[in-house]
Every structure is written in structure tokens, then in C-alpha cells.
Design a protein around this ligand. Structure first.
Ligand code: ATP
Length: 245
């Protein structure tokens, strides 16, 4: 069974950086000394094993699953079930069973936080998670582009309607800043995420810059110490600790 506070990372559109945020947030919470699980139920776009360069699956013990550990975080992913990057061909009810297994049949141990990387949008998996975890904290990831925030609003409304508490909006790819001493360029515009947060009765809790993955980096989506995004993710983790303890 799962213990700890559940933080579901949701988005309206795909490709806004939800998995990147989930992964880096989980790692930052672990850096604060918390016991953290990262569950990737982004069925069709599962990318967390790749982001963490995990190329082996979980083991079993007495019929239970032992999660894979990476950067001090316990990880379960749809990507462990699907081999060779094959397409997922499971239908809704089967997906529900897999998610149920992730929650009930994994030896999670005592946890402080469970970060769930949700699929984008408001489909079957979101409904399954709502059924299995009826109340959670949610973080809504969007980009500043008006189309992204428009679609994000639907996901936010679904969270509000289902007894989840939206902790806040994370605006990813908010701006580009060539160096710390230089100006910020708001490439996709400004102000949309504030409006989105307002309309959902929540707040903007982070603005994350565009930062290209470092070429040749083993884990290109993990922002390491010394980079501006590492600091931003640590700030976000501290903010979440402040908000929910
Ligand atoms: N702040 C950022 N700066 C630069 N690139 C980023 C940033 N955040 C995410 N990316 C890149 O954008 C792409 C999409 O990110 P990611 O896979 O996290 O999105 P997603 O919302 O989870 O997508 P999906 O629809 O597959 O669930 C990835 O290539 C990722 O490395």
C-alpha cells in the first residue's frame, strides 16, 4: 500500500514538460531528506526510465514488486512493463489493473511523498487514479502559451471537481535567460499562467526557464547541482514542503 502525501503532476496538453517536472521534483524532495516514490502512469508517453537512464526493471520478492531505486527515489513506471520501447496496446480496463498493481502490489515502505506523473489530459487513466486515490495534491504544468493554458484549465477543473487540491501552477519554459546577469526573454508571452492559476483559485508556484539539455549528458532531463534549473527545482520542493508539510 501507498503511504505519504500524493502529489499528482497533471497537464492539459502533452509535451509541456510534465515528466521532466515530476522527475526533477521527486529528486529535489529526496534531496531535502524526504522518502519519495515516483510513479509514472503516463501510459502512452512513458519516459521516466529513459530520463533517469534506468535500463533494468524491478525485481519481485514473495510475489510483491520491489521498486527500482534511482537518485534516492523509488521508481515504478509503465516503461518497465513495456519492453523495447514498443507501443502500448492495452485497453482502459487493463490499464486500470496495472495502475492498481503499482499502488497495491509494490513494496513501497514508509513514504513522505508520492509523485505521480499523470498522462496529459482528462482520459481513462486520470479517472482510474481518481478512483484509486480519491484525494491528492495536484500540480498543474503548463507553458506560457495561451493554447497550453487554455487546455490546462480543463485538467485543473477536473482536479477541482474531483476533490483534489491544486497546490499550484508550474509554468515550464517560462523564459529564456542566456546568463544570470542577462535579461529574461519571455518567448511564449507573459501573464497567462497567472490568469490560469487565478481562474482555478490557486497560485503560480514556479516559473522554470528554458534550458537545453546538456549535450552528451547521461541523464539529459535531470538538472544537476550548479545549474539554474536545479536551484529552481529545489525552491519548488521547499515550497511544496511549506505548503503541505
Ligand atoms: N524547461 C525546459 N527547457 C528545455 N527543454 C525542456 C524543459 N522542460 C522540458 N523540456 C523538454 O521538452 C520535452 C517534453 O518534455 P516532457 O517529456 O517532460 O513533457 P511531457 O509533458 O511529460 O510530455 P508527454 O506528453 O509525453 O507526457 C522533452 O524533450 C524535455 O527534455
Amino acid at each position: 500500500m501507498l503511504s505519504g502525501k500524493v502529489i499528482s503532476v497533471i497537464s492539459g496538453k502533452g509535451g509541456v514538460g510534465k515528466s521532466t517536472v515530476s522527475t526533477n521534483l521527486a529528486l529535489s524532495l529526496a534531496k531535502l531528506g524526504k522518502s519519495v516514490a515516483l510513479i509514472d502512469v503516463d501510459i502512452y508517453g512513458s519516459s521516466i526510465p529513459n530520463m533517469l537512464t534506468i535500463n533494468y526493471g524491478p525485481k519481485t520478492m514473495n510475489g510483491k514488486i520491489v521498486p527500482v531505486e534511482s537518485h534516492g527515489v523509488k521508481v515504478m513506471s509503465m516503461g518497465f512493463i513495456v519492453k523495447n520501447n514498443d507501443p502500448v496496446v492495452l485497453r482502459g480496463p487493463m490499464l486500470g489493473k496495472v495502475i492498481e498493481q503499482f499502488i497495491n502490489d509494490v513494496l513501497w515502505g514508509e513514504l513522505d511523498y508520492v509523485v505521480i506523473d499523470m498522462p496529459p489530459g482528462t482520459g481513462d487513466v486520470a479517472l482510474d487514479i481518481n478512483r484509486l486515490i480519491p484525494s491528492s495534491y495536484q500540480i498543474l504544468v503548463t507553458t506560457p502559451h495561451p493554447t497550453a493554458s487554455h487546455v490546462a484549465q480543463r485538467a485543473g477543473k477536473m482536479a477541482n471537481a474531483n476533490n483534489h487540491q491544486i497546490l499550484g501552477v508550474v509554468e515550464n519554459m517560462a523564459y529564456f535567460q542566456p546568463a544570470e546577469s542577462e535579461p529574461k526573454y519571455y518567448i511564449f508571452g507573459e501573464g497567462e499562467s497567472d490568469k490560469l492559476a487565478d481562474s482555478l483559485g490557486t497560485q503560480l508556484i514556479a516559473q522554470l526557464p528554458i534550458m537545453a539539455p546538456i549535450k552528451g549528458e547521461v541523464e539529459p532531463s535531470i538538472y544537476h547541482e550548479g545549474t539554474p534549473l536545479y536551484e529552481k527545482y529545489m525552491e519548488l520542493a521547499r515550497k511544496i514542503e511549506e505548503l503541505i508539510g
